[in-house]
Ligand binder design. Sequence first.
Ligand SMILES: Cc1ncc(COP(=O)(O)O)c(C=O)c1O
Length: 398
Amino acid sequence: MNELPSKPLSLQDHGSRHHGAFDPNYERHFRAVSQPIYQTSLFAFRDFDDMANAYAGNPGGPIYARGDNPTVMAFEREIARLENTEASRAFASGMGAISATVMALVEPGDRIVTVHNVYSDAYRLFETMLRPMGVAIDYVDGTKTDAVIDAISSAKLLFLESPTSLTFELQDLEKLGQTAKEQNVITVIDNSWATPVFQRPADHGIDLVIHAASKFLSGHSDTVAGVVTGRKDLINKINGSTFPYLGGKLGPFEAWLLLRGLDTLELRMQRHAQTGEYLATSLFKHPKVSQVLYTGFSNHAGKRTLHGHSSLFSIILDETVDIRNFSNALRTFRLGVSWGGPESLIVPAAAVLHQKYEISAFRHFQLDRQLVRIYCGLENPSDLLADLEQAIDAGTTS
Ligand SMILES: Cc1ncc(COP(=O)(O)O)c(C=O)c1O
């Protein structure tokens, strides 16, 4: 068994926290310890000059909530603090953040390089929207650092996801971040799996870090949200194009839920890491499990930037296990596409390979039919293992 990283990144490391006595507006908010929700669509100007100044580019504060909202801004500031970046922009979903980021930075004639098994709807965005607009997209095996380096020569943007969220392949962020910088290629990473507790890509030279905040950052399966954080000049490009004009902003209540989730992020991630390691190690020894795709078992150089392993990993079950019967026998695990909340979930490849669209990442990257993605929530780890074991027994045909 590979060692569990001993020192997760501390969320207290980078400056002040988002709320309570550390909030600059603490006194104004009656010393509320939780961030107030500004449920308003607009903010009135004091007088004519205040309005004219705002139009001239010197606003005295938020103007209209399709742009800035103080509750959302508190979330954006907090993400920049946690990821050790210059600026952030929050969106209504993870895909909102991915599409607004990529579409602000590439134009027809440009080329994007990304990795095999990149998140399935990012793949569909690239193929169904960007390719028809004249953007070229190349997919490379992200575990082969030299192949990625060859591919990025003359590319505009390198889109990473380390690890990928179905097959858990890592990429070498340090080497790729450095090489891309030398070649003037913008680097973007989907860091939803690791969170800033287990990986801070900007510390390794990655320009922009995206989160499907719907997952671990929220932590309660009650919010769909996204955020991009990183270099200020690039966030400004997003702020000057896709953010205001596609209008995919985050709502203040969702931002408040996210701030609440962030309060327990570090604790939750530690528990997820323990449960994930326990299940991955136990399943590794199971005679009906042919492979465990768990970052803790990887020897890839991309492991260097990970300070922990979250509880989302995959197993490949023996051919003698019927995936439908296995899935239907589960009692604690439920079938569901998301992750990051308190409840444990599985995604069987055999089910998602039925995806109706002609363009499907699952088929394109030839997902193994016997693969089952496992997300361990916050339940008792031995109950979770017992549930998987009894379901494997129930699903075994010979
Ligand atoms: C790795 C990853 N990135 C991005 C997304 C997109 O996030 P959202 O569903 O909030 O748009 C998801 C959602 O499942 C995901 O798993």
